[in-house]
Design a protein around this ligand. Structure first.
Ligand code: ZN
Length: 235
């Protein structure tokens, strides 16, 4: 099966098996088969048996990013923020504050670009532009980390990027952006699907704000009580 076909089954925002909303498939947990077929991508991080890697996509944005930072501090948690470069350009103080408070910024393209709809040259340029803004504020790390918007990335783009970037996907997706989902049900799902080494995705965007504010504190509290640590990628 071609990688692109496999990636269509990703738990991405765009994943949709047909056009009927009631029959959409949602993967809170990335299927093991998909992970095993795409070894150049990071889906989870093996290491400590009590570590969880929280990630927040799409920020920084005023208000919500600060809320997330305060919540992380309350639980002594560190996390990774996959930033849209244009948001780093617009809100440098929030980006700097995120780093000062001990978290890591990752690259999420400059304009939240869909990999499947971009030429590799245009895609790489957009990613480099994002990295430029991140590198203004964060000590440069080799390799940098990158997450493709919507989980969309072609095999050619993976090959080009993986020399300079670790491409970070996810093990568990919160569906905090999904208006039709019930926040408590989504929370129950991700509590049951998260385990040692899980990379978990929440969203630092206004579309997800209401659900994130319900789910995140409860998620942190649940795993803190179980003795888990929350680490940033590379920590
Ligand atoms: Zn995104």
């Amino acid at each position: 099966m071609a990688l692109k076909t496999i990636l269509r089954y990703l738990p991405a925002k765009s994943t949709q098996i047909n056009n009927e909303p009631s029959r959409r498939m949602h993967f809170y947990k990335t299927p093991a088969l998909l992970k095993s077929l795409t070894k150049k991508l990071y889906w989870d991080i093996k290491g400590g048996d009590r570590d969880i890697y929280l990630t927040f996509d799409d920020g920084p944005i005023p208000g919500l990013t600060e809320y997330i930072l305060d919540m992380l501090d309350a639980y002594a948690a560190k996390a990774t923020f996959f930033c849209v470069g244009d948001n780093v350009r617009k809100y440098p103080e929030i980006a700097k504050n995120t780093i000062l408070r001990g978290h890591r910024l990752g690259n999420h393209t400059f304009n939240h670009v869909k990999g499947w709809q971009s030429s590799s040259v245009a895609y790489l340029d957009n990613i480099k532009k994002c990295q430029h803004y991140i590198d203004l504020y964060q000590p440069v790390s080799e390799p940098a980390i990158f997450r493709p918007p919507y989980g969309q990335i072609t095999p050619g783009q993976i090959a080009l990027l993986s020399t300079e970037y670790h491409i970070i996907m996810w093990d568990v997706l919160a569906y905090d952006f999904e208006k039709k989902h019930n926040a408590q049900k989504s929370l129950d799902k991700i509590l049951s699907k998260t385990g040692p080494g899980s990379i978990v995705v929440f969203h630092d965007n206004y579309k997800a704000e209401e659900k994130l504010k319900y789910m995140l504190p409860r998620f942190l509290s649940h795993f803190k009580e179980k003795g888990f640590n929350f680490k940033k990628i590379g920590q």
